[in-house]
Design a protein around this ligand. Structure first.
Ligand code: BEZ
Length: 367
């Protein structure tokens, strides 16, 4: 039997009482995230607690993909179709994903008490640093839809150094003008909250078409057990301030941006106007014929090009067709996180041709 030996352990630098060594903290965090595949966490913030779900393991030198959902949905109903789409797997396996649920939108959330002051969209954006601090992440690539796109943009304006890229789907960066308010009030006289929210998520044509997809989302919004909470998020969205983007001005997004809009989306004009206000060398505009993010095919492909332009997708990860189309554009990209700051995003059209111009081109993609 092996002899037990007494081993003397000495600490070179004694720790202060209650102090945890940095390496141990990092190991604990890595282990926590490793174990937490799709685990939900909550953190306290100055504006109340916020819940988020983490998938994947952190990769050194890589940002987290950080999502924020639209009104009437939660992270699952908004992003599951995109993130569980087959072709998306080769992309997301290279990233840790953090999916936020706006307060009161998480599954099983209790209804807020009467008189509860729901955070404004700006305050929801101010909760994000608490999440990143908890996870010890320094940078993100944000993916937001509607209200979530606004929140991530607001966060990027106040924390530009921590946002490497933004995918903004159906964003409306403008505050409601008095005409919008009048229309909103009139609609409110004849429509229920679920109907108004469905009118925000989809066009009238899509709603009257009543496809399977529309029936699914109608069911989600109409039968939400937390409808009172949803109404509070909806009110915050309608009371948003103008983001005041200004091309060439101080208030602008500094990172690469992919703007995405459905060609029948209620926000099409707002997204087009947003495109005109952002830096054209950093911004790409993608129009899809089905409402994103429910139609993940072309969005996935465009997302791949977007990441590739940032140097995060090796050409070996591209589909054969995509690879042959973009071979001349990918020389700076590498899978291990060594990236150049080349801003190349290419998008494919349905016909399979791909323009190889700089970002900032408007490209209509059907899906
Ligand atoms: C993900 O893998 O990131 C994911 C999985 C399920 C729902 C949403 C996202």
């Amino acid at each position: 039997m092996a002899e037990l030996q007494e081993v003397q352990i000495t600490e070179e630098k004694p720790l202060l009482p209650g102090q945890i060594p940095e390496a141990a903290k990092e190991a604990e965090l890595a282990a926590r995230i490793l174990l937490d595949q799709g685990q939900t966490h909550s953190v306290e913030t100055p504006y109340g607690s916020v819940t988020f779900t983490v998938f994947g393991t952190p990769k050194p030198k890589r940002p987290a993909i950080f999502t924020y959902h639209d009104v009437g949905l939660n992270y699952k109903s908004c992003f599951q179709p995109l993130f569980q789409f087959g072709d998306m797997q080769e992309i997301i396996q290279n990233f840790v994903r953090v999916h936020v649920d706006a307060p009161g939108m998480e599954e099983g959330a209790p209804v807020f008490p009467l008189g509860y002051q729901y955070p404004s969209l700006d305050q929801l954006a101010d909760m994000i640093p608490c999440i990143l601090q908890y996870l010890n992440f320094s940078t993100i690539i944000g993916v937001g839809v509607g209200a979530g796109a606004y929140i991530l943009s607001r966060y990027a304006l106040t924390h530009p150094d921590t946002v490497e890229g933004l995918v903004l789907i159906n964003i409306d960066p403008n505050a409601k003008g008095w005409m919008d308010w009048a229309a909103h009030k009139l609609t409110g006289l004849t429509s229920s909250i679920p109907e108004m929210i469905l009118g925000h998520l989809f066009s009238q044509e899509e709603l009257s078409g009543n496809s399977e997809l529309i029936q699914k989302y109608r069911n989600i919004v109409t039968h939400a057990p937390n409808l009172e909470n949803i109404e509070l998020y909806w009110n915050s969205y309608n009371n948003r301030r103008d983001l005041n983007f200004e091309r060439g001005g101080e208030i602008t997004l500094k990172c690469p941006v992919m703007l995405v809009v459905g060609d029948q989306a209620p926000h099409e004009d707002a997204v087009v106007e947003c495109n005109s206000k952002l830096d054209p060398t950093q911004t790409s505009f993608l129009k899809v014929s089905n409402p994103p993010p429910c139609a993940p095919g072309k969005l996935t492909e465009a997302f791949k090009y977007f990441l590739q332009g940032m140097g995060y997708m090796a050409s070996s990860c591209m589909t054969r067709l995509s690879r042959s189309r973009t071979a001349s554009l990918t020389s700076a990209a590498s899978i291990d996180g060594n990236r150049s700051r080349s801003r190349t995003l290419s998008q494919s059209s349905e016909s399979g041709t791909i323009p190889s111009g700089p970002p900032g081109h408007t490209m209509e993609v059907s899906c």
